[in-house]
Design a protein around this ligand. Structure first.
Ligand code: NAD
Ligand code: MG
Length: 297
């Protein structure tokens, strides 16, 4: 819930997230989190900044992707979301919020590591929305392990398949539909610059995606397509209690950030709206940190 005077103190504008220990099976559900995270259903206010846009948000069922999908709809965009089939209950909540904003919603669950799903996701999205001009590559997995020797080979491979190969398949399939004016946004992480010893495989995928956003910007900016990234700090989402962190890091989650608290997903929404909208028409190849004050290069 938001506590909002005229000029809000960022340390206290949201209730402090102080979660008890909790675990969920991967990928976790936002509706099962304690406390619930604010994804903007009641708190985000749109002002028509994305009127007429057609967006796809991967991992749009929960957390940062859900906050982005809901904000995009409240800004006037039609929105498709992709997620894993086990996340339908979370997806239903987001679909309702998009429709409540008066926009078209399209949901297409599946595994982005599956090449043929990734292609179908783009084809079906384009069919359902009548085009695509905004792609938010936000889906990722994060499973913690105590150092490199404890990362099982299968875990490592799956993290690469989802975070890197899945994002590549989706982006490649989308390119033929994107025209000048389109925007691609990657979700990277503070982990791209400051890897935790418990997240070595995850962190390297975030550094790679950060790099891809810049390389792809070099290719596409001269064609009128902007490519940027958002690098979040510690945000309270289902990624964390579904084996994303050891239990001792769930208690007190995010309280080491300079603002003294974890972020809520809705606090990311403005960054994704900005990078999709014409307000950022001269910005491409940039990574916008939303870290609670931890500095990034
Ligand atoms: P989240 O769990 O709500 O979102 C991640 C989503 O990824 C899931 O909802 C799921 O739908 C999707 N996903 C995972 N595996 C998939 C697969 N194989 N196929 C299709 N979809 C799949 O958590 P979140 O924290 O909102 O994560 C969103 C993004 O933010 C991720 O890229 C994550 O790396 C990044 N991030 C999160 C934090 C944080 O502190 N929460 C910090 C930095 C970066
Ligand atoms: Mg989810």
């Amino acid at each position: 819930m938001i506590n909002k005077p005229a000029a809000s103190d960022p340390r206290t504008v949201f209730d402090k997230v102080d979660p008890p220990k909790q675990t969920q099976p991967e990928p976790g559900l936002g509706i099962e989190m304690e406390p619930l995270a604010d994804i903007g259903i009641d708190t985000y206010q749109g002002t028509g900044r994305l009127k007429g846009r057609k967006a796809l948000v991967t991992g749009g069922d929960s957390g940062i992707g859900a906050a982005t999908a809901i904000a995009y709809a409240k800004e006037g965009a039609d929105v498709a979301i992709a997620y894993l089939p086990s996340e339908q209950a979370d997806a239903d909540r987001v679909i309702k919020a998009i429709e409540d904003a008066g926009q078209k919603a399209f949901a297409y669950p599946g595994d982005i590591a599956d090449k043929s799903y990734a292609r179908k996701l783009i084809d079906e999205t384009v069919k359902a929305l009548g085009g695509l001009d905004t792609l938010v590559n936000n889906a990722s997995r994060q499973i913690w392990a105590e150092g490199l020797e404890n990362i099982a080979d299968e875990q490592f491979e799956r993290t690469m398949q989802v975070n890197l190969m899945g994002t590549f398949y989706v982006t490649k399939a989308a390119l033929e539909h994107l025209k000048p004016g389109a925007s691609i946004i990657f979700t990277t992480s503070i982990q791209a610059y400051q890897p935790s010893e418990t997240l070595l495989d995850y962190a390297m995928t975030k550094a790679a995606l950060n790099n891809l956003s810049k390389g792809l910007a070099t290719e596409l900016t001269p064609k009128g397509i902007r490519v940027n990234a958002v690098a979040p700090g510690p945000i309270w989402t289902p990624l964390q209690p579904s084996h994303g962190q050891p239990q001792e890091k769930i208690e007190g989650f995010g309280q080491h950030a300079p603002l003294g608290r974890a972020g809520h997903p809705v606090e990311l929404a403005g960054a994704y709206v900005y990078l999709a909208s014409d307000e950022s028409s001269y910005t491409s190849g940039e990574t916008l940190g939303v870290t609670g004050g931890s500095v990034t290069p």
